[in-house]
Ligand binder design. Structure first.
Ligand code: NAD
Length: 356
């Protein structure tokens, strides 16, 4: 990370939602997902250089608010994120987020950004990177159950990174499927609308479950899953919030991000605490095997881990350089004499008085 200039230490680059949209459109949505995916893969391959902790969750009856920190010793990052499945009925997003990167040497923040859009991009990128290692070779068809905010990002990531050409859509709310079908119509994907969970998964090589419900739901039952498929389960990500029937888990080889967090939050909360799982980073570094046979069911039990957000923040920090897509936020009090914080406040009072 380049040393900050002394005279601009108070200023922190800030990426608003408006600028995030402009930035991503200027890069290309699929290209941005691919760039974030490359950063995630590179960071997973150096997994051991990171501080890791399960995210800090504050649960309520309506949802959850979480903090997701990590550091590689040079750069520190965290994300604030919520998950409130009831929100869409009130015209609000289920998931909103923002995040920050800081220089470990000074402790000074170097980026503050919206992360609602960025979370959708990084979740899609992580899912597709996992599938690159785990999905059947030449997978072409993905079933997408849950057509909410994450849906189109997932579809585009799997097209770009895994080469799928068809997405089969299903949501219990047809308005969500209308929206996804419309948004994906010029994506280059063949979009097939289906009318049930069962119909949606028919003929699919990859099944993505991406629903939001504050309960242990059963989006997939065992009879819906044949053999040889890859399941990308992203909606079960909180205690008491799962999507798959336990029998599917017992038939699958399960791959996770960070076991201490996934055991609390993922589909595997339904299993014994010592049920075997493989860590994705070990598959990426060749320490564990991914898919080993055609008939195997692979399951990515995704909950979302802090390193993925760190990678996405690093990506944004890199790509905003030289663009107009950020504002300098006067966020850090930085008096000329570091200990004269009070004097700085008093001098501001004098200049305010002079201005009146
Ligand atoms: N694993 C991760 O890293 C990660 C990241 C982001 C979001 N998520 C989770 O992914 C899920 C989806 O997020 P979102 O932002 O798209 O939410 P969203 O509320 O925008 O969309 C969820 C959709 O699921 C549909 N749905 C609910 N129950 C269903 C069912 N039984 N069958 C079919 N469809 C059903 C809803 O109608 C809605 O359209 C949430 O649970 C969220 O917490 C996980």
């Amino acid at each position: 990370m380049p040393a900050p200039q002394k005279d601009t230490l108070n200023l922190v680059p800030f990426v608003s939602v408006d600028n995030m949209m402009k930035l991503i459109l200027s890069i290309g949505v699929e290209e941005a997902i691919e760039g974030i995916a490359a950063q995630i893969e590179a960071d997973f391959k150096r997994w051991e250089s990171f501080d890791k902790t399960p995210r800090i969750a504050s649960h309520s009856k309506e949802g959850v608010i979480e903090l997701m920190p990590t550091s590689d010793g040079e750069v520190y990052g965290f994300k604030y994120v919520n998950g409130h499945p009831k929100n869409t009925k009130e015209g609000l997003q289920t998931v909103t987020a923002f995040g920050l990167l800081a220089d470990v040497y000074t402790g000074y923040p170097v980026l503050l950004t919206e992360m609602t859009i960025l979370t959708a991009l990084r979740t899609a990128a992580t899912s597709a990177v996992a599938a690159k290692y785990l999905a059947p070779k030449n997978a072409k068809v993905m079933a997408m159950i849950g057509n909410g905010a994450q849906c189109e990002f997932q579809a585009l990531a799997f097209k770009r990174i895994c080469g799928i050409d068809t997405v089969r859509l299903f949501d219990i709310d047809p308005i969500a499927t209308d929206k996804a079908e419309f948004n994906l119509k010029d994506s280059g994907l063949k979009v097939v609308r289906t009318s049930s969970h069962q119909e949606c998964v028919s003929g699919a090589d990859i099944i993505t479950t991406c629903t939001a419900d504050k309960q242990c739901a059963t989006i997939l039952t065992d009879n819906m899953v044949g053999s040889g498929q890859h399941i990308n389960a992203i909606g079960g990500d909180c205690p008491g919030k799962t999507e798959l029937h336990g029998d599917i888990l017992r038939r699958s080889d399960i791959f996770v991000e960070y076991p201490p967090q996934t055991r609390i939050e993922g589909e595997i909360q339904q299993l014994d605490p010592d049920h075997p799982v493989k860590e994705l980073w070990k598959v990426m570094t060749g320490q564990e095997e991914g898919r080993t046979s055609e008939g195997q069911i692979t399951l990515f039990d995704s909950v979302g881990f802090a390193i993925e957000d760190f990678s996405a923040l690093r990506y944004i920090h890199d790509v905003i350089k030289g663009t107009p897509f950020y504002d300098d936020l006067d966020m850090l009090a930085d008096p000329d004499e570091p200990r004269d914080l009070y004097g700085m406040v008093r001098r501001a009072e004098k200049s305010l008085a002079a201005a009146e």
